[in-house]
Design a binder for this molecule. Structure first.
Ligand SMILES: *Cc1c(COP(=O)(O)O)cnc(C)c1O
Length: 431
């Protein structure tokens, strides 16, 4: 018997199987509050783990450089059609391996080396690929930046207009990784047109909200819209680009052969599945619950005495100023203390941070993953109080023990990939 095609991973490689098993348990036993993470459906996982990983399909549906692509064409065309339907876009490219590669492709399609771009300041919520000096965007283009106002901690559109008029960028980049408020894509589109610039809106974080109309869409106002597929959109890890018909050819050429080689057909098949899920009625209810949960979590933390950047949230995430003028702890300490009780968050700079990005004054919290597990307002109140208890006394072993027990109890009530936990996918624990 040929064991190569039939063996169980646990028998073939106990170390990898053990790590997968441990990770499955980690995800199930903790509370996942990283704003950029989510839990995909079993259907999405199965598509990702399919034999499409074996297939080379350079090119696009109906125009491939390889034979045997008829079924790759089925899933890619389906993913394209569903993406266009979800967002009302004229053209979609579903091949980008990640959000970063989606952005790189848009830059390659529309800019020349040395062109000017205007992006949101990273420490005000922007992303590395929007012009950070160590990223390809900052290395290849002349970057200026805009940010939030000191008073409101929300985007200062008048200032953005002023900088745009002064710097005359060829492209304005908007969208963010750590911005808790609604983004006015219409206003940014108007500013761009007033100076003859184009706009790339990167909705990596808020795509799920945009998909169901719970955040205004950039599609009517921006030449290019990019997103990841694995954050609020709840698909496999990957990227997506949307644009108008006039830019379709340039974008497709930029993704392949410009930036990438062969597409990840197994991931594209999983994107098709996830986009199908996003078109269902219950996806809207899910996104609404993500918003409701974020509001309750932010309000609970405020009641517990913590400062929320900009005073609240309009979307799935919030920034908590745990340092609050030097009276509190750093984001780094907060992240570590919460991790110890299995509450997973990330430290994050806040606007006008006085600490370095490595220590940071804030933590970023998001509700997409916990909402997928089925948690609602009551659980958010409980979790908000648990977080506040840890942040008040990050060194207290007594508080840690108490909170950790409550986290374990709460997590156990909301099962996650139950049939995938120890015994099935990888039964041997690495320790
Ligand atoms: C997450 C994110 C990206 C990058 O996505 P990757 O898939 O990690 O490359 C790009 N832009 C924004 C705004 C993001 O939040």
């Amino acid at each position: 018997m040929n064991n190569f095609f039939n063996a169980n991973l646990a028998e073939v490689d106990s170390i990898v199987a053990g790590a997968i098993s441990d990770e499955t348990n980690r995800q199930a036993n903790g509370l996942e509050l990283i704003a950029s993470e989510n839990f995909v459906s079993e259907a999405v996982l199965q598509a990702m783990g399919s034999v499409f990983t074996n297939k080379y399909a350079e090119g696009y549906p109906g125009k491939r450089y390889y034979g045997g692509c008829e079924f790759a064409d089925v899933v890619e065309q389906l993913a394209i059609d569903r993406a266009k339907e979800i967002f009302g876009a004229e053209h979609a490219n579903v091949q980008p391996h990640s959000g970063a590669q989606a952005n790189m492709s848009v830059f390659l399609a529309s800019l020349n080396h040395g062109d000017k771009i205007l992006g949101m300041n990273l420490s005000h919520g922007g992303h590395l690929t929007h012009g950070h000096p160590m990223n390809f965007s900052g290395i290849n283009f002349e970057v200026s930046d805009y940010g939030v106002s000191r008073e409101t901690e929300t985007i200062d559109y008048d200032e953005l207009q002023r900088i745009a008029e002064e710097k005359r960028p060829k492209m304005i980049v908007c969208g963010a990784s750590a911005y808790p408020r609604t983004i006015d894509f219409q206003r940014i589109g108007e500013i761009a047109r007033s100076i003859g610039a184009i706009v790339m809106a990167d909705i990596a974080h808020i795509a799920g909200l945009v998909a169901v109309g719970l955040h205004p869409s950039p599609v009517p106002h921006c030449e290019f819209v990019t997103t990841t597929t694995h954050k609020t959109l709840r698909g496999p890890r990957g990227g997506l680009i949307m644009c108008r018909e006039e830019s379709a050819k340039a974008i497709d050429k930029a993704v392949f052969p410009g930036v990438q080689g062969g597409p990840l057909v197994h991931i594209i098949s999983a994107k098709a599945v996830a986009f199908g899920e996003a078109l269902r009625e219950d996806f809207k209810a899910y996104q609404q619950q993500v918003l409701d949960n974020a509001k309750v979590l932010a309000a609970t933390l405020q009641t517990e005495g913590l400062r929320i950047v900009s005073g609240g949230t309009d979307n799935h995430l919030m920034l908590v100023d745990v340092f609050a003028g030097g009276k509190g702890i750093t984001g780094k300490v907060a992240e570590k203390a919460l991790d110890a009780v299995h509450i997973t968050v990330n430290k994050n700079t806040i606007p006008f941070d006085t600490n370095s990005p490595f220590t940071a004054s804030g933590i970023r919290l998001g509700t997409p993953a916990l909402t997928t597990r089925g948690m609602k307002e009551d659980e958010m109140r409980t979790i908000g109080k648990l977080i506040a208890a840890i942040l008040r006394e990050p060194e207290s072993e007594e508080v840690k023990t108490k909170v950790k027990n409550e986290v374990t109890e709460l997590a156990a009530k909301f099962s996650l990939y139950a049939h995938r936990s120890a015994g099935k996918i990888g039964s041997i624990s690495a320790g």
